[in-house]
Structure formats: structure tokens, C-alpha cells
Write a protein that binds this ligand. Structure first.
Ligand code: SAH
Length: 219
């Protein structure tokens, strides 16, 4: 971690946030450890420390949001990522979730449909020295040329899980996505067995910005 981008104050606030996440039921130590390391304030325009380390979503550019820390922790825990796993993220946004996955040792591929965010996240992650593969495009297509993936994470609300993405999962892998219309969605985990069968489990209600079709080029 590049030390000049972090501070003792931020580290202290992060530690408190981690305890809050633990209190809310996050148990995976690898997830908590990664969240304790990644400086969330660096991903936000107004890097006010009290905003960055509250357990709240926050606006970023292009009318989008950086997910609430609890939501990031919850989705990451459901993914059960191991070191060296290949993970595909749909909806790079600020790049914070991608950084958490990279910090856990995953090989991360992340797609964003808004040019402005795609460029900004790339810069942020580069400053922090994370080696992540970013793509500008519509995540509905996935990235078959780099797959199959051990895990796929959708960080925008989708009415249904794109078939394309399920096909890009390795046997033994899983996909996590908030499924539903605008307003609220059911956190859904789909695992793919070694023989290619799917099993779906539900994990409570969340609120995400929508997964939309096509790309936005303006900057
Ligand atoms: N993971 C992000 C939070 C993302 S908010 C973070 O850690 O900050 C959801 C993001 O998904 C937004 O940036 C939005 O532009 C993007 N998005 C929505 N539909 C998409 C699609 N079809 N393909 C790729 N990205 C999409």
C-alpha cells in the first residue's frame, strides 16, 4: 500500500469500521483484513474521512455510487474468493470493490459501462499499485476471452442474471448478484457444480443502482 495516500487517522477510522462490520455479522477474516488495508477515502471525490469510513454508500461521478462497506463485505464473503482465483466484476464504479478483491490475492477483471468512471478507477488503482484488468463495455456480455472465472460479481441491480455470465463460470465457481427491479433487490448466489448444475440461494434485501444496457462515452 502506498503510504502517502493513507494516514494514521484513516487507519484508525478503518479499524473502527471493521469492528462495525464484524458486529453486523461479517465473519470472513480474509475479507475483513482486506477491508482494513484498502484506503476507501482514496476512491471518493470528497475524501472526507468521516464520509469514507461511515458504513454508507456515497455518490461518485456519473450519478453512480460507491457501495456501502457492509454491502462490499457481504458480497465478497459470499464469493468465497481464494488467492489466485480469477474474478470478474461487473460495474467497476469507483474501483473500491475491485481493490478489495485484488488485496485478497484474486486476479481481477472488471467491466464498467461509463467511460468517465472506467478512466478514473484505472487511475486510482494504478496510484495504489493494484494490478487489475479494466474494460470499458457492457457487462451483460462478460469477458469470455479471459474466462472461465472462479467467481463473478455483479455490483448493479439486474432483473435477471445474464446467461452469458453463467456460461463464463468455472465448474465449482459461483456468481453473486443483486436480483430485482429498482427499489430493492435480493442478494442471490448461484453456484455451478463440477458437473455443471446450478444451485441458487437467497441472502436478504439490498439496494443497488441498475445494471443498464450499452455504454456511455461522454466525459
Ligand atoms: N463496485 C463499485 C460500485 C458500483 S455502482 C464500487 O466498488 O465502487 C454500479 C456500477 O455499475 C456503476 O458504476 C454503473 O455505471 C455500472 N454498471 C451499470 N450497468 C453496467 C453494465 N451493463 N456493465 C458494466 N457496468 C455497469
Amino acid at each position: 500500500m502506498v503510504s502517502e495516500l493513507d494516514s494514521f487517522l484513516a487507519k484508525g477510522k478503518r479499524k473502527k469500521l471493521i469492528e462495525k462490520l464484524r458486529g453486523k455479522g461479517i465473519k470472513d477474516e480474509a475479507v475483513l483484513e482486506a477491508m482494513n488495508k484498502v484506503p476507501r477515502h482514496v476512491f471518493m471525490d470528497n475524501a472526507f474521512l468521516h464520509h469514507a469510513y461511515q458504513d454508507k454508500a456515497f455518490p461518485i461521478s456519473a450519478g453512480q455510487t460507491i457501495s456501502q462497506p457492509y454491502t462490499v463485505a457481504f458480497q465478497t464473503e459470499l464469493l468465497q474468493v481464494k488467492k489466485r482465483d480469477k474474478v470478474l466484476e461487473i460495474g467497476t464504479g469507483s474501483g473500491y470493490q475491485a481493490a478489495i478483491l485484488a488485496e485478497m490475492g484474486a486476479r481481477v477483471y472488471s467491466i464498467e459501462r461509463q467511460k468517465e468512471l472506467f478512466q478514473k478507477a484505472q487511475k486510482t488503482l494504478h496510484k495504489l499499485d493494484y494490478d487489475i484488468h479494466f474494460f470499458f463495455g457492457d457487462g451483460h456480455e462478460g469477458k469470455p476471452q479471459y474466462g472461465p472465472y472462479n467467481a463473478i460479481l455483479i455490483t448493479a441491480a439486474t432483473g435477471e442474471i445474464p446467461e452469458n455470465l453463467l456460461e463464463q463460470l468455472k465448474p465449482g465457481g459461483c456468481l453473486v448478484a443483486p436480483v430485482g427491479q429498482s427499489g430493492n433487490q435480493v442478494m442471490t448466489r448461484i453456484s455451478k457444480s463440477e458437473t455443471g448444475e446450478y444451485e441458487k440461494t437467497n441472502h436478504g434485501m439490498f439496494v443497488f443502482v441498475p445494471m443498464l444496457r450499452g455504454t456511455v462515452n461522454d466525459k
